[in-house]
Design a protein around this ligand. Structure first.
Ligand code: PAF
Length: 283
């Protein structure tokens, strides 16, 4: 398996693949790979000749320095998992911060037509500038035909589609279903940091989303939101940051339901100092 630490070697290798008319899929990650990432990579391998996987904990998208420091970094284990998927059709880009940013570790600022002001954008200052900066830079380096993102970060997926549109980046962005553990917890690299007690409590998030979806069939967004807030108010291990019912096009909080629109519920919860997000389609 080719593992590149610097972009010049990676670009040379990719140019070589392109000269042989190979199609290239791309799965950008921050490492600590799990079955959710594996499902994106497998989809990428089904659609393309080769899949590039980047493993890079991007400092500019963290608004919380402690979260950045504690973010799991497990490159050797990640490579083992990738080798189990394919030894010869995956290439890895695992750069240093310097290789990506040079001396200037900062983000550019982006407008995503308002999508950036909702939910994660409201609670994580500068997060989507950091995501836009790294994803645009990685697209310019890797030049993939298709790129794969999980719907767990649904807002991120929409923002990346917007970025690609606005900058005319020639890549097809493909959203993939949330991969869940058998108890319903959405797969996330941060799950590895949960204590056994918090891990056991965490499926409550998805369970609550599923009930919220049922209630949304007959009740208003406001009533459902209040109900979810009450569920967490009495929970002693999980703290609700937000629960929002949003229009899937604009990501704006729903005031009045219309049966012509599609809605999704979004949630962010703290399990001790670990922030977990999830979402569910409502109609
Ligand atoms: O979703 C992630 O893991 C990150 O936000 C991404 C897309 C790899 C950018 O750093």
């Amino acid at each position: 398996m080719h593992i590149f630490k610097n972009k010049t070697d990676l670009i040379n290798h990719i140019n070589d693949l392109k000269s042989k008319k190979k199609t290239l899929g791309f799965v950008p990650t921050m490492g600590a790979l799990h079955q959710g990432h594996a499902s994106l990579i497998i989809k990428g391998l089904n659609d393309n000749d080769v899949v590039a996987v980047s493993v890079f904990v991007n400092p500019t998208q963290f608004d919380n320095q402690e979260d950045l420091v504690k973010y799991p970094r497990t490159l050797d284990k990640d490579v083992e998992l990738l080798k189990e998927i394919s030894k010869d059709r995956i290439i890895v880009y695992a750069p240093s911060v310097e290789d990506v940013y040079g001396e200037n570790v900062s983000s550019n600022s982006f407008s995503y037509d308002g999508l950036e002001h909702e939910m994660e954008g409201r609670f994580r200052d500068g997060h989507f500038d950091g995501v836009g900066t790294i994803v645009k830079r990685l697209f310019e380096i890797v030049k993939p035909d298709r790129a794969y993102f999980g719907e767990k970060d649904f807002q991120q997926l929409m923002i990346i589609k917007k970025l690609v549109d606005k900058y005319n980046i020639p890549v097809r962005v493909i959203g993939c279903k949330i991969h869940r553990a058998t108890d319903g917890l959405a797969m996330s690299s941060r799950n590895t940091r949960l204590t056994p007690e918090h891990r056991e409590a965490a499926p409550f998030i998805h369970k609550t989303l599923k009930t919220a979806k049922e209630k949304f069939g007959t009740k208003s967004a406001n009533v459902v939101t209040k109900w979810v807030e009450n569920q967490f108010a009495s929970h002693n291990l999980l703290e609700l940051e937000y629960f929002i019912v949003a229009d899937v096009e604009t990501l704006k909080t729903v005031k009045r339901k219309s049966n012509k629109k599609s809605y999704r519920a979004f949630i962010a919860v703290y399990a001790d100092d670990i922030r977990l997000i999830d979402n569910i389609a409502l109609n």
